[in-house]
Ligand binder design. Structure first.
Ligand SMILES: Nc1ncnc2c1ncn2[C@@H]1O[C@H](COP(=O)(O)OP(=O)(O)O)[C@@H](O)[C@H]1O
Ligand SMILES: [Mg+2]
Length: 234
């Protein structure tokens, strides 16, 4: 479904991704792992069309999206939930969700998708009239994921869902991700919480300073002494 081939990315001439290749098959959950500054978010932004690689190619669902804008790639079925949630804090949960379906003009379709999200995340239904800023971190994260799903993506990219959440909430949010996949959405997940992410993912790639340094099935990565020592503190 997604194929990233040897991409390089830079900010103001400073190269931060040095030839990353990876792929995501339809129906998979793939985890991108690595420490702060490894280039995970930059990779996500490049795939989402928020920046363009200086070299290499990205194909999604058979289309070359290397130079495609973010608004076009959303229409192709690619959704990106950035790091730090970025909800509109003064808008209600419902309004935030509706914005995720901004390209849908038919109100009944939007209402149908809202109902789907309330079913997937019942907490959002009971909070639907509340402003985003009044919700807990975990609830906000659920809202951000649901907003990302409102465009009915084929592939959703989730950047550091666990950031700032207490461990019990991290688990709940990741369970929701596993549920999303069951409903037919392919997932590319960025995480620093390596163990937790690999528990729900099929495969993973470990990035270090802009390169892939390990890749494999989740089990292979969990069994790797090197990965365990470097990223799980074992
Ligand atoms: N907007 C930016 N401008 C300049 N450099 C950036 C910007 N965003 C990230 N970087 C740099 O790019 C590298 C990778 O960052 P990032 O992709 O955010 O890593 P990660 O998400 O893995 O923490 C880091 O060295 C970071 O300082
Ligand atoms: Mg990041």
């Amino acid at each position: 479904m997604l194929e990233v081939k040897n991409i390089h990315c830079a900010y103001d001439q400073v190269s931060v991704i040095h030839g990353i290749s990876l792929h995501v098959n339809e129906g998979e959950i793939v985890a991108i792992l690595g420490a702060n500054g490894a280039g995970k978010s930059t990779l996500m932004r490049a795939v989402a069309g928020l920046m363009h690689p200086t070299a290499g190619t990205i194909t999604f669902d058979g289309c070359d999206i290397t130079k495609m804008s973010a608004s076009k790639s959303i229409k192709l079925g690619l959704s990106y939930v950035p790091e730090g949630r970025r909800l509109f804090s003064k808008l209600t949960v419902r309004e935030n969700l509706e914005l995720g379906a901004f390209s849908v003009t038919d109100k009944s379709v939007v209402a149908e998708r809202l109902d789907e999200m309330y079913e997937l995340f019942p907490i959002l239904k009971s909070r639907s009239g509340q402003t985003a800023e009044t919700m807990s971190g975990g609830e906000q994260q659920m809202c951000a994921i649901a907003r990302g799903l409102m465009s009915r993506p084929k592939l959703i990219m989730l950047d550091e869902l666990s950031l700032g959440l207490q461990p019990s909430l991290v688990e709940r949010v990741l369970e929701a991700v596993a549920e999303i996949r069951k409903r037919g959405v392919t997932v590319l997940l960025v995480e620093q919480m390596v163990q937790e992410a690999l528990e729900i993912a099929d495969r993973g790639y470990v990035l270090q300073t802009g390169r892939v340094v390990h890749k494999g099935t989740s089990q292979e990565l969990l069994d790797s002494d090197e990965v365990r020592r470097a990223y799980m503190g074992m």
